[in-house]
Design a protein around this ligand. Structure first.
Ligand code: GTP
Ligand code: PRP
Ligand code: URA
Length: 491
């Protein structure tokens, strides 16, 4: 990782952090606990464009409540003796800030309380003693400043850390212009302060804190692509957050830029079939592993080669997979790779325009089915879609399924109709609702509402929740027809 970023070609770069092994590309962007705001830290050298980056994020997140807290507001006012020798005061040292007060304000905001943030006067080097800025509780809190990554307690409050990385010459030029025009300084004092304090403190404190960043943005506010990606990521997090608040049994696997990168690939309409399958398989494996983590475990002790006892857990034995044919079959290999010898049943759902009667047939042979058996019939009433008629036409399930925990497999949850049909059948077969874990790659909010309302104790594990369904019941932004792309039956 270069200390100073000079490449103008790349958009975002993952940083390596000491608290994570390996590259931070795989590192976590933590989600806030339920009911807590999403906290973003924005750091970078003086005049790097932090304010512009924050303004752009706020502007693009216009439909969410976002507040900005500036570390500058927490500058300690100078004492009279310090004011007399202001040219010797180091405003770029961590001690120049009242970090305790900053922490207190941030903790209150995170807890949903309003706070009074001090107002700092850069010309007088003092706080305005009688006025404060009221900051209200919000969905997103952005904390911005040159040293917001310096203190570990402050860092620990953040769900996402962004470092704005701008060329040092560009920053100095901006700083000269800003301090002479806006902050009433003359050019000599600006250059003197820069050489004596600003640059050394950048090297000693700001640059070393870059390693804590999850995202590094070269060129600051000019980098629209990076800001768009960040905003999209925050939006996804906030959207998921709301649904997860409503339905506590919905689990979205922890998002990382690695996972987002794989999603970007499989959603790209121009990706090759081979790559679509490759990256879908990788994501499916992650969802399957996450889903398995929701199964019950029993305590188990083993003796290690050192003769010591290791107290661990034993996997749940009574489980099986059930795939919703055909797309769900794409998830079977991942499940088999994780659970050796697992039984996997199949359910085929036929969407039909007849009277909606459910017809169950035994699924005896090796599955042979015709793609054209599966089609949708939208029932339109007064211009509104009422429902689909769907038929379950095949099922082949383990005989003792009622004694097993079931991992239901289908990569796309759109309207939720297929899932509901399949779950209904499992329940009829005696599987307790709470023993079903539905695994999928992408879910539409409509599908989540539809399934969770009807089956509140079932668990859903997904890797991303998308924005919505379109008029044709396709997930948006989605990935098109998963089955066709995975099995190569599209055009
Ligand atoms: N001379 C002087 N400098 C100060 C004072 N208070 C803060 N500074 C300087 O203000 C800088 C912090 O603000 P910046 O990060 O440059 O401001 P910003 O507007 O957030 O920057 P960008 O948005 O990234 O352009 C530090 O480098 C300090 O040297 C002060 O009272 N006197
Ligand atoms: O939530 P829903 O609105 O029911 O939609 C989701 C279903 O749609 C897809 O299958 P599709 O009908 O495209 O068949 P395929 O698996 O054979 O491709 C997907 O695999 C789900 O089974
Ligand atoms: O968008 C959608 C909806 C249902 N099934 C898919 O494969 N994609």
């Amino acid at each position: 990782m270069p200390e100073e970023t000079t490449s103008i070609d790349y958009v975002m770069e993952a940083a390596s952090g000491p608290h994570f092994s390996g590259l931070r590309l795989d590192g976590l962007l933590s989600s806030p606990p339920l009911n807590q705001p999403f906290v973003i830290g924005v750091s970078g050298g003086t005049a790097s464009g932090k304010t512009t980056v924050c303004d752009m994020i706020i502007q693009q997140l216009h439909d969410h409540r976002v507040v900005l807290v500036n570390q500058d507001s927490f500058y300690r006012g100078l004492r009279p003796e310090e004011l007399e020798r202001v040219h010797e005061y180091n405003f770029d040292h961590p001690d120049a800030f009242d970090t305790e007060q900053l922490l207190e304000c941030m903790r209150k905001l995170i807890a949903g309380q309003s706070v009074q943030v001090p107002i700092y006067d850069f010309k007088k080097h003092q706080r305005c003693s009688d006025s404060f800025r009221q900051v209200n509780a919000s969905d997103v809190i952005i904390l911005e400043g040159i040293l917001v990554f310096h203190d570990q307690d402050v860092r620990d409050l953040m769900n996402m850390k962004i470092f704005v990385d701008t060329d040092a010459d560009v920053r100095l030029a901006r700083r000269i212009r800003r301090d002479t025009v806006e902050r009433g300084r003359d050019i000599n004092s600006v250059l003197e302060q820069y050489a004596k304090f600003v640059k050394p403190a950048f090297d000693d404190f700001v640059l070393p804190s870059k390693k804590y960043a999850d995202v590094i943005i070269p060129r600051g506010g000019d980098n629209h692509v990076a800001i768009d990606l960040i905003v999209q990521h925050i939006r996804t997090k906030l959207g998921q957050h709301d649904l997860c608040k409503i339905y506590p049994n919905v689990y979205v696997i922890q998002s990382t830029f690695q996972i987002r990168g794989m999603h970007t690939l499989i959603r790209d309409k121009d990706i090759s079939k081979h790559d679509f399958v490759f990256y879908s398989d990788r994501l499916i494996r992650l969802v399957v592993e996450h889903g398995l983590g929701h199964l019950p475990f029993t305590e188990k002790q083993v003796v290690t080669p050192t003769g010591s006892v290791y107290t661990g857990v034993d996997f749940c034995k009574k489980l099986c997979g059930v795939s919703i044919v055909r797309s769900g079959e794409s998830m079977e290999n991942a499940l088999r790779a994780c659970c050796k010898g697992i039984k996997i049943g199949k359910i085929l759902i036929h969407r039909d325009g007849d009277d909606g009667q459910q017809v169950y047939k035994t699924f005896r042979t090796e599955v042979t089915y015709r793609r054209d058996l599966i089609y949708r019939m939208d029932v339109v009433f007064n211009g509104r879609i009422l429902c689909f008629f769907e038929q379950l036409i095949y099922e082949k399930l383990p005989k003792d399924i009622s004694e097993r925990h079931v991992l239901l497999l289908d990569p796309v949850l759109a309207t939720g109709n297929s899932a509901n049909q399949a779950i209904e059948l499992l329940i009829q077969k005696g599987v307790p609702e709470s023993h079903i874990i539905f695994l999928n790659l992408i879910s539409a909010p409509e599908g989540i509402h539809c399934v969770c309302k009807r089956f509140p104790s079932l668990k859903i594990v997904t890797s991303e929740i998308d924005a919505a369904l379109n008029d044709e019941f396709r997930v948006i932004p989605g990935l098109g027809e998963f089955g066709d792309r995975y099995f190569g039956t599209d055009d």
